[in-house]
Design a protein around this ligand. Structure first.
Ligand code: AKG
Length: 290
């Protein structure tokens, strides 16, 4: 496998890192290029506490082995550790700005652990709205909205050798043709090299690729269609990331699944001051098939 230690932070012709007080500029960048970074959203203390919450919600018994990865969907349901974000004013300010309203519902949340030696994540867009067919699974039901998709904290930092995130700049536009030398897959969820098999690409030799370098308290935001992937974790440090995203409360989603037990428990346990964020909460049933 290639080593990604030497990849440097790119010099782009535009600014894509912003402070918490520059959210309008951040949105302009998100609209123009499909991604942005907001610096220093979390304090070091909150980062430490969220790292613990990622472990507690994703691998409480610390069973993951070198080379493995695990995603905890609906991480917000894992308990008070995750709820700290809901009372963190800068975090909520960013989300109100992104969604354009005070009246928000938790839409999706996740935490990811990627152990040393874990594999790269192939290139994809999270958006399932290219298809107008009836949804096939719960991601397909939930990922058809037009609000920003990625809103991640890489709590151990994002950098190429550590399984960091990378995006393709300007890949969020409608009818994007794919990077030069590549073809879109039939479902438009990924792309592959011309002349190779039609399979989501996993390499990092792509025109327009921007490796993201962040500190643990920085937030990475990308647009609903932005194509992204992640490098393999090549260093001896466990990679931790987490996200809670919202949608406007007005955007009702008629879920074809029953809220799983854990989701019901979450709704019962959540302190009253957060109930404003769970009106119309869908939870997720990963086993549901349409
Ligand atoms: O960093 C990762 O592990 C990948 C995250 C990802 O692909 C996603 O947000 O869909």
């Amino acid at each position: 496998m290639k080593e990604y230690l030497e990849i440097q932070k790119p010099e782009l012709s535009y600014t894509y890192e912003f402070g918490i007080d520059q959210l309008s500029l951040m949105s302009e960048c998100l609209e123009a290029h499909g991604f942005a970074i907001i610096k220093d959203v979390l304090s070091p203390e909150l980062v430490d506490s969220l790292k613990q919450a990622v472990f507690d919600g994703t691998d409480p018994k610390r069973e993951l082995k070198p080379g493995e990865s695990r995603t905890r969907h609906a991480w917000v349901e894992s308990g008070p550790g995750a709820w700290q974000l809901l009372e963190h004013a800068p975090f909520m300010k960013i989300h109100r700005h992104l969604i354009g309203t005070e009246e928000m519902t938790v839409h999706r949340s996740a935490a990811i652990i990627r152990m040393p030696g874990s594999q790269p994540v192939s290139w994809h867009t999270d958006w399932c709205g290219f298809s107008t067919d009836t949804p096939k699974n719960s991601g397909d039901v939930l990922n058809r909205g037009l609000w920003p998709s990625g809103k991640w904290f890489y709590l151990t930092g994002s950098r190429p050798e550590h399984g960091g995130l990378c995006v393709i700049e300007d890949s969020h536009v409608e009818n994007w043709k794919g990077p030069e030398g590549f073809k879109m897959t039939g479902d438009r969820r990924s792309f592959y090299k011309e002349g190779e098999a039609e399979k989501a690409y996993v390499g990092f030799d792509i025109p327009g690729l921007v490796p993201l370098f962040t500190n643990p308290g920085d937030m990475i935001v990308f647009a609903h269609r932005t194509y992204h992937g992640a490098f393999p974790n090549q260093i001896d440090e466990i990679r931790l990331s987490c996200a809670i995203g919202f949608r406007s409360r007005d955007h009702h989603i008629d879920i074809p699944w029953e809220i799983p037990e854990e989701g019901k428990q979450f709704l019962a346990d959540l302190p009253p001051q957060f109930h404003q964020y769970t009106q119309g909460y869908t939870s997720i049933d990963l086993a549901w098939r349409g």
